[in-house]
Write a protein that binds this ligand. Structure first.
Ligand code: ADP
Ligand code: MG
Length: 240
């Protein structure tokens, strides 16, 4: 379980997270929506310890992410993150790219890493692309490769930060289908997304962020059907 308690974070004079509280249970899918600059990406990078926080706590399965002495490498194996864009190593095949972290970080043998990479690439529908170089793949395929790469570390939690935002509209669906598949398999996920139909369809809960505050959180039907907060209403009207 991921427990976020009163987390505050500033960049210089700019307070980007103003006391965020959120608990994500095992198996839950929480999507975060909200305008640009509302702190969504910052929260994800704080959750897996890429960014320090100023106050509050983030506890994952009992481990305080930002406590002194926390093994962040170990934590990041447990909590995978996929961004809008991942620059794969261009001189390595898709398979080699996905094998890299299991070999280097987990210290697996080549055979074992390959076995895992093939499994995860097949899982995201790229079983036919193992020997291809990243540049030869579509944006949607590249994002699915990035997801396979994260899954190859056997994470227990996945964070997705607008993984479809850089894609041509035609390619968005295949990536969202992959996320949906993971959700249905029971992966615990926090997804920042602009895809409202996806958020409505896949989430257990939807959180709306506004200017560093989680203004509203609730079931998709509530957030999309009967938003309580004026800013949520305004935001949803703007994206519809
Ligand atoms: P969102 O993902 O909701 O669009 P972000 O979390 O990326 O928002 O950013 C929140 C605010 O923090 C923005 O005003 C952004 O410019 C600022 N910000 C994000 N990262 C940094 C950084 N590394 N240094 C300074 N300001 C940052
Ligand atoms: Mg962002």
């Amino acid at each position: 379980m991921i427990e976020i308690e009163n987390v505050r974070k500033s960049f210089g004079p700019l307070e980007v997270l103003k006391g965020i509280d959120l608990t994500v249970e095992k198996g839950e899918v929480v999507t975060i929506i909200g305008g640009s600059g509302s702190g969504k990406s910052t929260l994800l990078t704080c959750i897996n310890g890429l960014e320090p926080i100023d106050s509050g706590r983030i506890v994952i399965d009992g481990t305080d992410v930002h406590a002194k002495g926390t093994d962040l490498n170990r934590l990041r194996r447990k909590v995978g993150i996929v961004f809008q864009q991942w620059n794969a190593f261009p001189h390595l095949t898709v398979l080699e790219n996905v094998m890299l972290a299991p070999r280097k970080v987990l210290g697996l043998t080549k055979d074992k890493a390959e076995q895992i990479a093939v499994k995860q690439l097949t899982h995201v529908g790229l079983g036919e692309k193992l020997k291809v170089y990243p540049a030869r793949m579509s944006g949607g395929q590249q994002q699915r490769m990035a997801i396979a790469r994260a899954l190859a570390m056997s994470p227990e939690y996945m964070l997705f930060d607008e993984v479809t935002s850089a894609l041509d509209p035609m390619l968005v669906g295949e990536v969202l289908d992959t996320l949906k598949m993971l959700a249905e398999e029971g992966m615990t996920m926090i997804c920042v997304t602009h895809e409202m139909a996806f958020a409505r369809d896949v989430s257990d809960r939807v959180a709306f962020f506004h200017q560093g505050v989680m203004a509203e959180i609730g079931a998709p039907d509530q957030i999309f059907g009967a938003p309580q907060h004026a800013e949520t209403q305004k935001f949803l009207a703007s994206v519809r």
